[in-house]
Design a protein around this ligand. Structure first.
Ligand code: ATP
Ligand code: MG
Length: 225
């Protein structure tokens, strides 16, 4: 294995993607650019442990992620979580990626600010730092002033050693934290599902091709009274 400095970090971007929308896609694009990532791996969740079960079957959510990312050569879809017949924890996914990609490869877990705020409730979350860097993207509704407690909880006395700049991420395989302001898009999958359920049109919040898929497969139908 060569010097890790020669290896661009790989971004790991997990989510339920129920459905994928422009908030996700801009996060991945802007993080890939700012952190000079080799590529971003979208990892749709199977049955996530720390939120309610996704409403849509994994094969549909996976298909929508594939459609949305198809024309970007820096976006890769990783099916390992949806293929598992059991709960998938992020830490297990990172172990599996680490085994595949080697111990020198910098990995960078991409999180929106809301996801970061919940990090200390994740299964074996302290181990995450042995496996990957963490890059936190700003998200509307979760201003940086509200991150303080989570930062203090998660970093404890390691603030000095973990907080880093984007250009540091290829100097070691894991363990650093960076934060990035990205274009603020106040879009959520919850809002898109609610919009569809109310019989309204969520176009311009997500790619047309994803909306075509939703309509073709009659996902998120209005509830009949
Ligand atoms: P839901 O409303 O169902 O929770 P969501 O829009 O939050 O959906 P998720 O699949 O839960 O999407 O999120 C996956 C990741 O993308 C998380 O790290 C989340 O913080 C991030 N994310 C989602 N939407 C945005 C956004 N608009 N801006 C920044 N980050 C986002
Ligand atoms: Mg969410």
């Amino acid at each position: 294995m060569g010097n890790p400095r020669n290896l661009r970090p790989i971004g790991i971007f997990g989510g339920t993607f129920d459905p994928i929308h422009f908030g996700h896609l801009r996060l991945a694009e802007e993080m890939a650019e700012a952190l000079e990532l080799d590529h971003v791996r979208f990892v749709p969740a199977g049955t996530p442990p720390h939120r309610s079960r996704p409403r849509t079957d994994a094969p549909h959510r996976l298909a929508m992620v594939k459609i949305a990312t198809a024309n970007n050569p820096r976006f890769v879809v990783d099916q390992r979580e949806v293929q598992l017949p059991r709960l998938s924890y992020t830490v297990d996914t990172l172990h599996s990626l680490r085994a595949e990609l080697g111990s020198n490869q910098p990995l960078c877990l991409l999180l929106g600010a809301d996801a970061f705020l919940g990090l200390s409730s994740w299964h074996n979350w302290q181990e995450l730092f042995d496996l990957a860097h963490i890059a936190i993207a700003h998200r509307p509704g979760f201003p940086q002033s509200t991150w303080k407690d989570a930062m203090a909880d998660i970093l404890r006395d390691a603030i000095e050693t973990r907080m880093a700049n984007p250009e540091d991420l290829n100097t070691c395989p894991a363990g650093l934290i960076v934060t990035r302001p990205i274009t603020a898009l106040d879009i959520s999958a919850t809002h898109i599902r609610d919009t569809l359920r109310a019989g309204r049109n969520p176009r311009y919040l997500l790619p047309d091709a994803v909306l075509d898929y939703i309509n073709a497969h009659q996902l998120y139908l209005p509830e009949t009274a």
